[in-house]
Design a protein around this ligand. Structure first.
Ligand SMILES: [Zn+2]
Length: 348
C-alpha cells in the first residue's frame, strides 16, 4: 500500500514504499505490490518499545516512521535556491569574503534565525521573534528568514511557531497584514494544542476579521483556553463578553468575578501583561460605590493600587511596541486621579 501523504523526510521524494513486517500470506495482490516496489518486506525482527520505520524511500533509501514522514528535513522542505540562501545567511558571508549583510547586528540576528531553521531548533526560532522583533520592520532578509522558518516549524508540528506566524500575519509585522493567513496558522496552532492560538482565534471571530463578527464562537474559544489552561487572558475576555451582554443579557456580577479570577491567576503566574489588563477591569468595578450591587466591594484604595499595577504593565506593553494601549493608559491615569480624589475625601 503506497501512502499518498508520506514523503521522505530526508530528500522530500513522494516515491515511497510501505514496509510490511512479519511473514505475511503471499497473495497475488501482495506479490504484485512487492514486484512494483510499493511494499518492501521488513522481516520479523521487531525491537520492542521502539517504533519501527513504516516507510522506505525509493529514491535515497532512507527508512522513516509515520511521525517522521510529517517532519521533512530542510533539504526535503525548501527549494534548492532557498536552502542555499539560508546557508549563506547562516555563514554570515559569501565565498569571496564579502559580507552577505553589512550591518553587524542584522547579520548576527539573520545568522541566528538561519541556523535555528537549518538545525530545526524551533523553540529558539519562536523566541527570536521577541528577541529581534525590532528588525522585522527594517530588515527584509530577517523577516523573510523568520517567516520561512516559522512556517517550516509549524508544518513540522511546533506549536509556538504556528502561533507566532499567525500573529505576524495578524499584525502585519514583517509580512503584509493577512487575516486569512493569520487564521490558518492559529488553526494549526490550535491543532497542536497551543493555548495562545486558541485565544487568538477568539479575537478573529470577536472582531469579524474574516467575515461576520461571531461573539458565540469567540466565547467558545476563550472558554476552551480557560478550561484547558486557566489562561488569564481568556478569563478576562469571557468577562468582557458577559459585561457587554454580547451573548444576550449583560451579567456584570459574573463579569466581575471572572476579572477577579483572571487577576489572581495572572499574579500567581507572574504574568504582568495579563495581570494589568485584569487589574484595570477589577479597579473599574471596585472604584465605584454603585457596583456593590454586582457583588464588587467598594474599595478606592485597592482600586488605586490596581490602577498603578495596570500602569506598569501597560507602559511595558507600549515600550514593547503595543502602541494601541496608549489610549487605555490614559484611562488608567484618569482612574488613578479619580481614586485619589475619593481617598482625599475619605481622609478629610
Ligand atoms: Zn529519500
Amino acid at each position: 500500500m503506497s501512502d499518498d501523504k508520506a514523503k521522505c523526510p530526508a530528500c522530500g521524494s513522494a516515491d515511497v514504499a510501505s514496509i510490511l513486517y512479519g511473514y505475511p500470506a503471499l497473495t497475488d495482490e501482495l506479490k504484485r505490490q512487492i514486484d512494483a516496489g510499493e511494499v518492501v518486506l521488513g522481516g520479523c525482527c521487531i525491537t520492542p518499545g521502539k517504533e519501527m520505520p513504516s516507510f522506505e524511500c525509493r529514491e535515497c533509501g532512507a527508512k522513516f516512521t509515520r511521525a517522521e514522514a510529517g517532519k521533512p528535513s530542510p533539504r526535503a522542505y525548501f527549494s534548492e535556491g532557498d536552502l542555499a540562501w539560508l546557508h549563506r545567511l547562516a555563514d554570515c558571508g559569501t565565498s569571496d569574503g564579502k559580507p552577505f549583510i553589512d550591518d553587524v547586528e542584522e547579520a548576527g540576528a539573520c545568522a541566528d534565525v538561519a541556523r535555528a531553521v537549518l538545525f530545526r531548533n524551533f523553540g529558539s526560532l519562536a523566541a527570536g521573534v521577541q528577541k529581534h522583533g525590532r528588525l522585522l520592520g527594517c530588515s527584509r532578509a530577517f523577516a523573510k528568514a523568520l517567516t520561512m522558518g516559522l512556517e517550516y516549524g509549524a508544518v513540522c508540528g511546533n506549536g509556538p511557531c504556528a502561533t507566532e506566524l499567525g500573529a505576524l500575519y495578524y499584525n502585519g509585522e514583517g509580512v503584509g497584514q493577512d487575516y486569512a493567513a493569520a487564521q490558518k496558522w492559529y488553526e494549526r496552532g490550535e491543532e497542536l494544542g497551543e493555548i495562545q492560538s486558541i485565544i487568538n482565534l477568539g479575537y478573529i471571530y470577536e472582531y469579524g476579521r474574516n467575515g461576520e463578527r461571531d461573539q458565540r464562537k469567540a466565547y467558545l474559544q476563550y472558554a476552551k483556553a480557560a478550561a484547558l489552561d486557566n489562561a488569564p487572558e481568556a478569563i478576562y475576555k469571557m468577562g468582557d463578553i458577559h459585561s457587554r451582554g454580547r451573548l444576550g443579557g449583560s451579567d456584570k456580577a459574573l463579569a466581575y468575578r471572572l476579572y477577579e479570577r483572571s487577576l489572581s491567576v495572572a499574579q500567581q503566574r507572574g504574568d504582568l501583561a495579563n495581570a494589568s489588563q485584569a487589574a484595570l477591569r477589577v479597579a473599574g468595578f471596585i472604584g465605584d460605590e454603585e457596583n456593590t450591587r454586582y457583588g464588587a466591594p467598594y474599595d478606592p484604595f485597592r482600586a488605586l493600587e490596581l490602577y498603578q499595577l495596570a500602569e506598569r504593565g501597560l507602559r511595558l506593553d507600549i515600550a514593547n511596541g503595543l502602541t494601541y494601549y496608549r489610549k487605555r493608559l490614559a484611562e488608567v491615569l484618569k482612574g488613578q486621579e479619580s481614586m485619589r480624589g475619593k481617598l482625599t475625601f475619605f481622609l478629610r
